[in-house]
Design a protein around this ligand. Structure first.
Ligand code: NAP
Length: 251
């Protein structure tokens, strides 16, 4: 017997899926039967490869290149997606950047870039899909926060503020849209090993791993598995929550 696919007949949008956590989420969603629309800003070759990979899993898939920090672009592209795919069941607001430096040295531009790309983008995309989800009277919105948004981090005032802002937004959306069966939850990943962290000093990374109760960094798949649960009807009574995927870091 073929195993049950958790996202059969669902249409998902995943922002920032050409690399890292977003890519793992797009793949896991497609493996579970969802049609996957993904977004990115610069990695054309990776986007083409991902689209082909998702299509090979037997689902519909399409990549869109645009800046999620741009409000009107989000509106236009989501309208296009609705025309093509007819519904939107799941949105994962995953795209994010860092511009790390101590507050003393942080420029206005570094602050603004992180706030618009990480936080305003979540407002933009949620606004853009809201009408469609309200009509359907169902939907799951998943926002990618961070343990840094829960606990703060020196050298990341801009990033921590954007990720903490996501938590307030998530809980408020859950309160506003719960009566229409639209759920909204946040994921707070800890230290997830991606290409980006592969460039860091190995000795330093090992000290981080040693400080984590499960004694390893997380994988993009560790995060994608929680996103799968929150996207699926398995989590139909869960909304307004922040769930950590951090190996016990914040315990
Ligand atoms: P990543 O490897 O740097 O990938 C970022 C993705 O976002 C890429 O696909 C990138 O597209 C896209 N992107 C960036 N700016 C964008 C914009 N303005 N518009 C549209 N797409 C944009 O990131 P990651 O490490 O997987 O992290 C994913 C999310 O998890 C982020 O929100 C991050 O803050 C959060 N997080 C990560 C960790 C971790 O340890 N890695 C921990 C906690 C939270 P291009 O490839 O085209 O540039």
């Amino acid at each position: 017997m073929e195993s049950m696919k958790l996202l059969e007949n669902k249409v998902a949008i995943v922002t920032g899926a050409t690399r890292g956590i977003g890519k793992a989420i797009a793949e896991v969603f497609a493996d579970n039967g969802a049609d996957v629309i993904f977004t990115y800003v610069s990695s054309d070759d990776r986007a083409k490869a991902l689209e082909a990979d998702l299509l090979s899993k037997g689902v519909r898939a399409k990549g869109y290149k645009f800046d999620v920090a741009d409000f009107s672009l989000c509106e236009t592209i989501v309208a296009d997606i609705v025309k093509d795919f007819e519904r939107i069941d799941i949105v994962v607001n995953n795209a994010g950047i860092t511009r790390d430096t101590l507050l003393m040295r942080m420029s206005e531009e570094q602050w603004d870039q992180v706030m618009t790309t990480n936080l305003k983008s979540v407002f933009n995309m949620t606004k853009a899909v809201q009408r469609t989800m309200l009509k359907q009277r169902s939907g799951s919105i998943i926002n990618m926060s961070s343990v840094v948004g829960v606990k703060g981090n020196a050298g990341q005032t801009n990033y921590a503020a954007s990720k903490a802002g996501i938590l307030g937004f998530t809980k408020s959306v859950a309160l506003e849209l719960g009566s229409r069966t639209i759920r909204c939850n946040a994921i707070a990943p800890g230290f997830i090993e991606t290409e980006m962290t592969g460039k860091l000093d190995e000795a330093m990374v090992q000290t981080w791993r040693d400080a984590i109760p499960l004694k390893r960094g997380g994988t993009p798949l560790d995060v994608a598995n929680l996103a799968l649960f929150l996207a699926s009807d398995m989590s139909s009574y869960i909304t307004g929550q922040v769930m950590n995927v951090d190996g016990g870091m914040l315990t």
